[in-house]
Design a protein around this ligand. Sequence first.
Ligand code: F6P
Length: 539
Amino acid sequence: MTAWKTLHTLRDRAAGRSILSLFDADPARATGFAAEADGLLFDYSKTAIDAETRAALLQLAEEADVAGRRAAMFAGARINETEGRAVLHTALRNPDAAITVDGADVMPELRETLGRMTAFAEGVRAGHIAPPGGGRFSHVVNIGIGGSDLGPAMATRALAPYCDGPEVHFVSNVDGAHIHDVLDRVQLTATLFIVASKTFTTIETMTNAETARERLAARVGADKAPGHFVALSSAPDRTAAFGIPPERVFGFADWVGGRYSVWGPIGLSLMLAVGPENFRAFLDGGRAMDRHFQEAPPSGNLPMLLALTGIWHNQLCGHATRAVLPYEQRLELLPAYLQQLEMESNGKSVAMDGAALDRQSGPIVWGAPGTNGQHAFYQLIHQGTRVVPCEFMAGAAGHEPDLAGHHQLLLANCLAQSEALMRGRSLDAARALMESAGYAGAELERQARHRVFPGNRPSTTLLYPMLTPYVLGQIIALYEHRVFVEGVILGINSFDQWGVELGKELAKSLAPVVAGTETAEGRDGSTRNLLAYLARHRG
Ligand code: F6P
């Protein structure tokens, strides 16, 4: 692709460029390097991308045929080639669409399931669907991991102001401490357990589900325990084998990837918490972003611009990580959610055709909400030797009008950080500061050097009016499509995850060794040594 070549030249040329100088050269930069869509504002002006670079990045997307792959995805083509699957999570948020996979209409079943989920959620919320022993389901425990946990957990936390249903908890880790602590907090006789697992084979989820069933059976009796369970899965034979009747199973097709599944049955816990109407608004937000992604011209297309900024920073400028920094406490689980979405999707070194990737895979994603992160890791972001492109996000308004002062401070901090990263502080400015603080001579020089901020550190900012269900849907779909665009440009299949398998296999074979029923013979020296320590200290 010729755009890569152009971009390498532009990257070299941009090496020493000051971002601030781009604002001096172009008075309209702030608006020219920002795009607004359906209430969202994406600002990428605080990066070293100039008009020429942007043109080359857009050219790159064109050469990679992002538009063609996008059309194929929405049309239900089997673009997940290593698993031979279509990729249609977008259908979940567009239930009225007409979509076929290999000529078969996939929508009637999807609509029927959404209808059943809605009726079920309404029934539980109204108390018509109740525990077999009487009363109401006041607590819900979603048992799932990865995509069967992170999406609903993140969204339920994000939409706390809309949660007026049963209290929802999440158990994911196979660490017994997790289920123990959650079971301690719920009233077992009034708890609905949702076993969320696409495959219904995931060891963590099945172990936790069995523990929940045992505890329940001990408390309410084995006859009543099944009435406390529902399953969300693509494997009806396995849900039946677990003892969950078909009317309590909400299924979905193999074309819904785990990390893209919050929009369908895996979102049942969210629907129970916020109600079907708010859940529908969440879907509508996602759908609106889909339409924008499909229809907006590339230069004003938010997912495209977010992706191209990512490619610029990661594959071209060589910045290995990116920080996601939501100035929104209720988005505290978003970095973890995006870690799976981005790193499980694009953390690959082989291209779709099996050839070695000719550049870096997707970046390492990490982060925490502002302002908390400021008092933890921002030191490195401002003064460390590595450059960490930052992705700020914030809502214009919070949900607490009586705490508007807090919100103003929050926003001031968000804006201050991106400004500080770009502006920095020169040695001269630091010297002046130290002089006015009374320092002189060598000590002044020494103190000043510690107070220099290199600046010129890139960031983007995504602003939204308020974190409503609709807006959350927009943001999540925006990031999904960003990952898609980056994957297409890198030639990666963003929808498989073979890299998680080897560890799973080894864990299976190690379980009897840890339990002491098999020997460690044949294992490497380190693993044998660690096993020996564990055996000595397990008590
Ligand atoms: O191990 C990775 C993974 O397969 C994820 O892709 C998935 O979201 C998670 O495990 C859970 O899988 P399941 O829903 O099948 O339990």
